[in-house]
Design a protein around this ligand. Structure first.
Ligand code: S3P
Length: 424
């Protein structure tokens, strides 16, 4: 589906509730499937990626029902050998987290993905899992992954890259391994797996950047998932750059491992306020208000903050085009291994709109403030975050833009378009 970004609106104003967090939804269905008994998860995501995790767990014999965003999981706490290959769609989180679990089962299984997922690097999980004794075959460390379930043993592993998916994969394998598994990260990445495992009674100890886990029996999960800050990012940026806008986004997850974009907006001089701070099942949450900010300034974004905003970098690049001065993004080379090479793809497409933006090996340099002209077609490279970032840029282009294959937004945010229309 190709779409044209509407230009016939004055500004963005009003209040929206942001849909469920994708990362937490994956973990909720996967961990609930490992717990014996009935789990009830409210505000489960209806996006395609978490539904891939639901599909995989169902094919491993778990009884799962989704009704009006409430997911009910009835499990006897174990998986059974699947009758067919397990399809993870576009979802790296499904494939990487499930690999950790499947490596320690007493049956074999195959994890497959779509064309984009089949190009993404899996060596980062195959290496530590093999050190634990796992038997995984693949062609050049890419999906499909053939996993021969076996007995695993704990390891002490220092993560060479900041990746919550790799960390979670190792911790989940640790749930089935003999002895203790220790995982240490140099730079903290999102910690939803650890928080949820703790709430389900796992034998897990967290000390600074080290996490220790042992074989555990999980208790069923009763939780309500907060809204996704990564989905919120498009509304934050739109509210800041579309003249005269004022938007309130309600029920946003504010886990500090995910809020790098808020720090960036503050540093750029953006008008942003956090309201009604609260906690939802050990995850911080709140509402966010943003207003149009004509005096934004360019900044440097690098180092420890990168994992805290990794998925938001394409839309931060859009924001940077509207900042006075230079924005330099560094240390983000892992963006090249996402659903698309997000350094190359966002730079290429924003240039088409008129942005002054250059690619670097580990990031990009954006010179602002530039008027975006538009009047062209852009590609999203089968990447949901590219599609949504380009839509956000399209809102301030002088002329209309056409985004090809916009249906990729459904991977993380099927409600995206409807919510923007509500604010126009
Ligand atoms: C995710 C972790 C991040 C992120 C991805 C979701 C997760 O990936 O980019 O969208 O849910 O654990 P990496 O672990 O590869 O950094």
């Amino acid at each position: 589906m190709d779409i044209i970004v509407k230009k016939n609106f004055k500004h963005l104003s009003g209040e929206i509730e942001i849909p469920s967090d994708k990362s937490i939804s994956h973990r909720a269905v996967i961990l609930a499937s490992l717990a014996k008994g009935k789990s009830v998860i409210k505000n489960f995501s209806s996006a395609k990626d978490p539904l891939s995790s639901v599909g995989v767990c169902k094919n491993l014999g778990v009884d799962i029902e989704l009704n009006d965003n409430t997911l009910t999981v009835n499990s006897n706490g174990t998986f059974i050998k699947p009758e067919a290959d397990l399809y993870c769609g576009n979802s790296g989180t499904t494939m990487r987290l499930m690999s950790g679990i499947l490596a320690g089962q007493d049956f074999s299984s195959v994890l497959k993905g779509d064309a984009s997922l089949s190009k993404r690097p899996m060596k980062r999980i195959i290496t530590p899992l093999s050190l634990m004794g796992a038997k995984i075959s693949s062609e050049n460390n890419h999906a499909p992954l053939e996993i021969e379930g076996t007995s695993l043993h704990g390891i002490n592993y220092a993560l060479p890259i900041a990746s919550a998916q790799v960390k979670s994969c190792i911790l989940l394998a640790g749930l089935f391994a003999h002895g203790e598994t220790i995982c240490t990260e140099k730079t903290p990445s999102r910690n939803h797996t650890e928080i949820m495992l703790q709430s389900m009674g796992a034998d897990i100890v967290i000390h600074n950047n080290s996490i220790k886990i042992k074989k555990s029996t999980l208790e069923p999960l009763h939780t309500e998932i907060c809204g996704d800050i990564s989905s919120t990012a498009y509304f934050l940026v739109a509210g800041l750059i579309v003249p005269n806008s004022k938007i309130t986004i309600k029920n946003v997850g504010l886990n500090p491992t995910r809020t790098g974009i808020i720090d960036v907006i503050k540093q750029m001089n953006g008008d942003i306020k956090i309201l009604n701070k609260r906690e939802l099942n050990s995850e911080p949450a709140g509402d966010i208000e943003v207003c149009y900010s004509p005096e934004l300034k360019g900044i440097e974004i690098n180092g420890e903050i990168i994992p805290r905003l990794i998925d938001e970098i394409p839309v931060i690049a859009v924001l940077a085009t509207q900042c006075n001065g230079c924005t330099i993004i560094k240390d983000a080379q892992d963006l090249r291994s996402k659903e698309s090479d997000r350094i190359k793809t966002i730079v290429t497409e924003l240039k088409k709109l008129g942005a002054n933006i250059q690619e670097t090996p580990d990031g990009m340099i954006i010179q602002g403030k530039t008027e975006l002209y538009g009047d062209c077609e852009v590609e999203c490279y089968s990447d949901h975050r590219l599609a949504m970032s380009l839509y956000t840029a399209g809102l301030i282009c002088k002329k209309e833009i056409l985004i090809k294959n916009f249906e990729w937004v459904n991977i993380s945010f099927p409600e995206f378009w409807g919510l923007f229309n509500k604010l126009m």
